[in-house]
Design a protein around this ligand. Structure first.
Ligand SMILES: [Zn+2]
Ligand SMILES: [Zn+2]
Length: 401
């Protein structure tokens, strides 16, 4: 064995590689039986059963189907939380894999099956082999996909019942080389808000527009007006997205409808920009509506907040990542993403770091390169060993004797 490989945590990778088959089988079993958010009954049973077998104290029912496995060692006072998500998506799987979903219309198309398996693999290794002093909380959350399972667990007292000095999470990402680790301090994932605008006009005959108040024309002006917010109000150095994903009005050529509805997705990577977007959208919609004589109702729903990695915990995670796979396979400051993630709620209360693990790219033969939320996507099983080794080394270092 040569020295540099040892120095890059090779022994730990070997140990977790040796038990990887067991957890690849677990991953494929979960993949075959995907469950939607808050309905992860079978998955959470499986998680709880495994954690108990490994010697963890298991608590169930946080956020409905959430599971926490706790392991205490020594008399250290430090506490650590590691999080995996368990839910699937409403997608009909088209991979043709032997372990493809047997639940019609539901699919693990975001790799949460892999996240759960990686954390379980780490749980087994840590319980059997890792020396530490303190409290380890393994958090398996429900309903990451749009339903805010992380927040639900917090409302059920997650951090008061299981205090954590820091929390960490990992998400696979197609388009990055398999097993590469991508970190970033500061904002990493966008906030995501949903806005529904209803324009009330006055319907009428298409031949007599002067006797009606047309919400279609007003809506069209609003769609165009909204484009000026990102280009004219937001600092050019900041990121913001306003997408009008739906514009519904009318049913016939010769009828001016009574109402029109717009549905928006609004994203930002900065809390102040998020506030600005809400303020400007509200002002602009009401002003435009008034100028066309229609009445606007705005239903502004705040979704996931901006995910912000803290510098100290990110530096710590960078060191763990580099020690494990070597600096060549670690991106120290990757790009922020316009997607959103409900781990952001955890990070609003507890410092921590969320990182990406490459699922594979086109250069590596295309395996793992298919994007998440696509019916052809599959989690890359080669990451089970690397992901669980990362968790194990992180625990060993964070809860050092
Ligand atoms: Zn997803
Ligand atoms: Zn996901």
């Amino acid at each position: 064995m040569n020295a540099p490989r040892e120095a890059f945590g090779h022994a730990l990778l070997q140990a977790l590689n040796a038990q990887a088959d067991e957890f690849i089988a677990v991953r494929r079993d979960i993949h075959r039986h995907p469950e939607m958010g808050y309905k992860e009954y079978r998955t959470s049973d499986l998680v709880a059963e495994q954690l108990e077998r490994f010697g963890y104290a298991v608590t169930r029912g946080l956020g409905g189907t959430g599971v926490v496995g706790q392991l205490r060692r020594g008399n250290g006072s430090k506490t650590l939380g590691l999080r995996a998500d368990m839910d699937a998506l409403p997608i009909e799987e088209a991979t043709g894999l032997p372990y493809a979903s047997c639940n019609a219309g539901i699919m693990h198309a975001c790799g949460h099956d892999g996240h759960t398996a990686m954390l379980l693999a780490a749980a087994k290794h840590i319980a059997a082999e890792v020396q530490f002093s303190g409290t380890l909380n393994l958090i398996f959350q429900p309903a990451e996909e749009g339903l805010g399972g992380a927040k639900k667990m917090m409302e059920d007292g997650l951090f008061s019942r299981f205090p954590c000095d820091a929390v960490f999470a990992m998400h696979n990402m197609p388009g990055h080389p398999q097993g590469h680790l991508v970190l970033r301090d500061g904002p990493m994932m966008a906030s995501s808000d949903n806005v529904t605008i209803t324009l009330d006009g006055q319907g009428g005959h298409g031949a007599m527009p002067h006797q009606a108040v047309d919400p279609v024309v007003a809506g069209a002006a609003i769609v165009l007006g909204l484009q000026s917010i990102v280009s004219r109000n937001v600092d050019p150095q900041e990121m913001a997205v306003i997408t009008v994903g739906a514009f519904n009005a009318g049913v016939a050529n010769n009828v001016i409808p009574q109402t029109a509805t717009l549905r928006l997705s609004v994203r930002a990577l900065n809390r102040e920009v998020r506030e600005l977007l809400e303020q400007r959208i509200t002002e602009l919609v009401h002003a435009q509506a008034q100028s066309y004589g229609v009445h606007a109702r705005i239903d502004y729903r705040r979704g996931y907040p901006v995910l912000v990695n803290r510098p100290q915990e990110t530096d710590f995670a960078r060191e763990v990542a580099q020690a494990l796979v070597g600096p060549d396979k670690v991106t120290l400051q990757g790009k922020a993403l316009t997607g959103s993630e409900d781990f952001a709620f955890f990070l609003e209360e507890v410092p921590g770091c969320y990182l990406l693990i490459g699922n594979g790219d086109a250069a590596s033969g295309g395996h793992g390169a298919c994007m998440v939320h696509n019916p052809g996507y599959d989690f890359n099983d080669d990451n089970v060993a690397i992901g669980s080794a990362y968790w194990s080394l992180l625990v060993e270092r964070f809860l050092k004797d």
